[in-house]
Design a protein around this ligand. Structure first.
Ligand code: A2P
Ligand code: 11C
Length: 339
């Protein structure tokens, strides 16, 4: 019973996590098709007591009979193959940036704006976009506060993990760390500069206005998800040598007063959010602690002392990039389709 599911990019970091999340959440499926590039075609993958043969996404008929297609193979792959899946009647849950800003495509974090996909039905081809991981992790914590006091301006600084650049970047971080410790020159295939024992500005292309694409995604996606074209957002996105969870410093300026105790209560009640905020022990969220976890962790919850009347808060958020930042969010969207 359940839908027929296809996973596009099944051999990648997010694709593999789709499978783990499907198992962890007992997501029902009638059949499963694993798709990747021709490089992986024919490869055998074991999953839940079955063996699957990875199929070439470019082969004819791969979306025949598919109800839900989870895409995570990059924007160009989504643009090229997404429409074919939709034409065949599938609902595509797309993890890439290809369709996010399309006004007809819902951009959804289930805990934040489930109403955006009210018109999407199983059996009627459609695309639902998964937001960028940095946006998801930030908004999981910022939205409950926004609902209470309305955010006027948000300033984000990110500390982003290797996984955001895919499985090969995670391998490069491991390899470089070893190489540097052995006194060898680090292999730089994915990133242009040394990654181990270093940090650098996010690798996304830098635009005319000086922001890189990752930063502009946070600006534009927040406006779309909150359905608030006026909210002011600015971001600085940085890559740090961490394996799979992003950290973000988020400064929020509100229309109404919001004191830190109330903020803590609001966050304690927020689904998908865990508070780690022990000042006495100096214990706050870390990327390692949230790795492989579903919840986003929030700490350093404090009043912004540069603003009057409790009109601002500073928080520090960590979330597993592969899980809530990508695979889990997409599977939650798929679960909403089954309701
Ligand atoms: P493959 O392993 O065959 O290259 P990651 O984000 O971890 O780098 O993973 C990317 C995923 O997207 C992989 O599963 C990869 O498959 C898949 N992929 C990349 N390019 C294509 C393509 N042109 N057609 C189909 N799948 C692709
Ligand atoms: C990262 N968020 O951590 C990025 C990469 O729009 O889905 C994913 C880009 C995207 O590097």
């Amino acid at each position: 019973d359940g839908p027929s599911v296809a996973i596009v990019g099944a051999t990648g970091a997010v694709g593999q996590e789709f499978l783990r999340v499907i198992t962890d959440r007992d997501f029902p499926y009638r059949s499963l098709r694993l798709l990747a590039s021709e490089r992986s075609a024919g490869k055998r993958l074991a999953f839940e007591d079955q063996e699957y043969t990875v199929q070439d996404l470019a082969a004819p008929g791969v979306f025949d009979g598919v109800d839900i297609a989870l895409f995570s193979a990059g924007g160009s792959v989504s643009r090229k193959y997404g429409p074919a899946a939709v034409a065949g009647g599938a609902v595509v849950v797309d993890n890439s940036s290809a369709f996010r800003m399309d006004p007809d495509v819902p951009l959804v974090i289930p805990e934040v704006n489930p109403e955006a996909m009210a018109n999407v039905r199983l059996g009627q081809g459609a695309i639902v976009a998964n937001p960028n991981c940095s946006t998801i992790i930030c908004l999981m914590a910022a939205t409950p506060l926004h609902r209470h006091a309305k955010v006027l301006r948000m300033v984000v600084s990110t500390y982003q993990a290797a996984s955001g650049a895919g499985a090969a970047a995670m391998e490069e971080l491991k390899l470089q760390t070893q190489e540097v410790l052995e006194g060898k020159a680090p292999t730089c295939n994915i990133f242009k500069q040394q990654y181990a024992f270093n940090i650098f500005s996010h690798n996304a292309p830098v635009l005319e206005n000086g922001y890189n694409e990752e930063e502009m995604k946070m600006v534009k996606e927040t406006r779309k998800i909150w359905n608030d074209k006026d909210v002011k957002v600015t971001a600085t996105c940085i890559r740090v040598p961490v394996m799979r969870a992003h950290a973000e410093s988020v400064n929020l300026q509100f229309e109404k007063s919001l004191d830190e105790d109330t903020a803590r209560e609001i966050l304690r009640a927020a689904p998908g959010v865990t508070i780690i905020d022990d000042r006495a022990a100096n214990r706050f969220p870390t990327p390692l602690e949230v790795s492989d976890k579903d919840d986003v962790a929030v700490g350093r919850i404090r009043q912004d002392l540069s603003l009057e009347d409790n009109r601002g808060l500073d928080i520090f958020v960590c979330g597993d990039q592969i899980r809530k930042g990508a695979a889990l969010n997409a599977v939650q969207i798929a679960e909403m389709l089954l309701k």
